[in-house]
Design a protein around this ligand. Sequence first.
Ligand code: ZN
Length: 113
Amino acid sequence: MHEISLAQEVLTIVQNAAIRDNFTKVHKLTIEIGRLSCVEVDAFLFALENQKLESLMVNTKITITQPEGVANCKLCNSEFKLTDRWDSCPECKSNQITITEGEQLKIIDLIVS
Ligand SMILES: [Zn+2]
């Protein structure tokens, strides 16, 4: 399960940050998961809730945001929103596009004490 290892990764990042920045409680954790990232958000959240560390994250409010995909067309250079990674350019119908947003999974906010 892809989502379980991703949840583990997030927890490791939080744990390392706790050691580095010397905090003991995480109040709020906001994670950005791009809509094109192939991550099953419910499964990810479930895995994270199940694995979160008793001491550090027992009362953590976890928020997931899902920004839309954005791509650039290599042919006509237009930038457009992408709902599916296999979409083509709405201007010139080319499928030579570069995805610039929407594949990421990252921690964007961490409120701690
Ligand atoms: Zn184009």
